[in-house]
Design a protein around this ligand. Structure first.
Ligand code: HEM
Ligand code: MTE
Length: 470
């Protein structure tokens, strides 16, 4: 960037806090991140690089190596590192190679958003071929490196009369083993569309950060009862994962006690997915499944369960996975006061035809297929599809499995075959879907109404455009 000044490393080193401004370098760029620190999605960690180079940190936090983050970084650029200093900057400290030594092999079919930590989703056209998503096609959302496998879960905290420390095989012998079919959706699913509307911060997920699987395990409510935990003693149950960051802080999240202790909510300590032991990416040997909740609360590589009066202190519970409205002022407002997201609202998305694809010339009809789901055990009453941009709608055929009122955890697939209007030949079809759940909630019509700074819970009506040959 020739228009910007050259800045010496010793000047950058003097900019370490708000009084002087916070500067840092990446490769040969110099950036002023003073105002960005408060709203950095990785919180105060960014200050570890204050006055220095981010390169070595980003070896470990490699989630930054995406065009999306580079673009946001360039908006903060104030100069170029002086050529004499640039030559001496170590590009990398190699800290990542040991941390990422437990990464498994992955199916090449997955579309990767971040290689380290691994974040990927399947092509959406393949997602709705099966009611039960094959494990190899199930999206993966890792905030941190995959940890070494440890077969031990402990239970401690408020009201625990009998501390528990058990392996998966002990769980199987001590508690009833059940299988629950539930969809799991990342709160960031469909973020890319929200970002296209107006920029948001976070991984650029398409519409396939969701899957529907059969999870086998034991009820959390049984384990808590065994440990002696009673309703009234606690407000939250905290789950700690075996994965941790460069400073040793593990992934952690919590759920309200009323959900954890209710056997009808089917919260599981799961050790199997689709009839097989959990894979490394999905939390082996044991993870939490909280049907109807966002993925972030369903802690993988589960190591510790803590009965508590307060929510987890973790970054992901207190500062992330929250709806941050446009009006939120990072300098003055307190993010820990914002309500954490738990249940998912009603959602649906078109998986076929793919956005931007072309229909076959000899077809008179188009088959529209997709998924639909709502959180909190609310089922799907119906999905309507439009092929004329929302002017007319028709009801789609639904594929769903009965699970009982208030416990409709699995997703609903939908399909409809619609005639291609003759005036669309040589033009485009504007295909839309909208779902209604059993509480008669429907999806918002446009993104503007639900836009939020982190691009979470994007459930506005999904729209794809397809070309129709002459
Ligand atoms: C996440 C930007 C420096 C640690 C993020 C995200 C952005 C970002 C946009 C969201 C990424 C995503 O979800 O796609 C920046 C910029 C930086 C910077 C512009 C400096 C100029 C740092 C440094 C560290 C760090 C120095 C660590 C020492 C993290 C962590 C996350 C994060 C831990 C959260 C990852 C997660 O929860 O998955 N950062 N970052 N960042 N960043 Fe930074
Ligand atoms: N658990 C741990 N320990 N570490 C994580 O990074 N990611 C969470 C959740 N549990 C995560 C975790 C998020 S944000 C989601 S969406 C789901 O796991 C994704 O589960 P999956 O990778 O099995 O699809």
């Amino acid at each position: 960037r020739d228009d910007l000044p050259d800045i010496r490393r010793k000047d950058i080193e003097r900019h370490k806090d708000a009084s002087t401004g916070v500067w840092m370098t990446y490769r040969d760029g110099v950036y002023d991140v003073t105002d960005f620190v408060a709203e950095h999605p990785g919180n105060k960690k960014i200050l570890l690089a204050a006055g220095g180079a981010v390169d070595g940190f980003w070896d470990f936090y490699a989630i930054h190596h995406t065009p999306h983050v580079y673009r946001q970084l360039e908006e903060l650029r104030i100069g170029n590192l002086h050529p004499e200093d640039a030559a001496q900057t170590p590009a990398s400290n190699g800290s990542s190679s040991k941390a990422f030594s437990h990464e498994p092999r992955r199916a090449p079919v997955l579309q990767v958003h971040s290689a380290r930590p691994f974040n990927a989703e399947p092509p959406s056209e393949l997602l709705v071929d099966d009611f039960i998503t094959p494990t190899t096609l199930f999206f993966v959302r890792n905030h941190l490196p995959v940890p070494a496998m440890v077969d031990s879960v402990t239970v401690d905290g408020v009201g625990v009369h009998r501390p528990v420390n058990m392996s998966v095989s002990e769980m199987k012998t001590r508690f009833e083993v059940i299988t629950v079919t539930t969809a799991m959706q990342c709160a960031g699913n469909r973020r890319q569309e929200m970002d296209d509307f107006r920029s948001v911060k976070g991984l650029q997920w398409g519409s396939a950060a969701i899957g529907n699987a059969e999870w086998t395990g034991v009820r959390l409510s049984d384990v808590l009862a065994y440990a002696g935990v009673r309703e009234g003693d606690i407000e939250h149950v905290i789950f700690q994962g075996g994965d941790s960051d460069a400073e040793g802080t593990p992934y952690e999240a919590s759920i309200p006690a009323a959900i954890a202790l209710d056997p009808h909510r089917d919260v599981l300590l799961a050790f199997e997915m689709n009839g097989e032991p959990l894979t490394e990416d999905h939390g082996a040997p044991c993870r939490v499944i909280v049907p109807g909740f966002i993925g972030a609360r369903q802690v993988k590589w589960l190591r510790r369960i803590t009965a508590s009066r307060a929510v987890s202190e973790s970054h992901w519970q207190r500062a992330d996975y929250k709806i941050v409205p446009d009006s939120f002022n990072w300098a003055h407002d307190d993010i820990s006061e914002v309500m954490p997201i738990y249940e998912y609202p009603v959602q649906s998305a078109i998986c076929e035809p793919a956005d931007g694809s072309s229909l076959d010339a000899d077809e008179d009809t188009v088959v529209v297929r997709g998924y639909s789901w709502s959180g909190g055990g609310r089922g799907i009453l119906g999905v309507d599809v439009s092929v004329d941009g929302g002017v007319t709608w028709r009801a789609a055929r639904l594929t769903q499995t009965p699970q009982g009122v208030g416990r409709q955890w699995a997703w609903t697939l939908f399909d409809v075959e619609a005639a291609i209007p003759s005036d669309r030949r040589g033009g485009r079809l504007d295909v839309m879907c909208r779902a209604v759940d059993t509480a008669h909630n429907s999806q918002p019509g446009d993104i503007a109404a639900i836009w939020n700074q982190r691009g979470l819970l994007h459930n506005a009506c999904h729209r794809v455009t397809v070309h129709v040959p002459e």
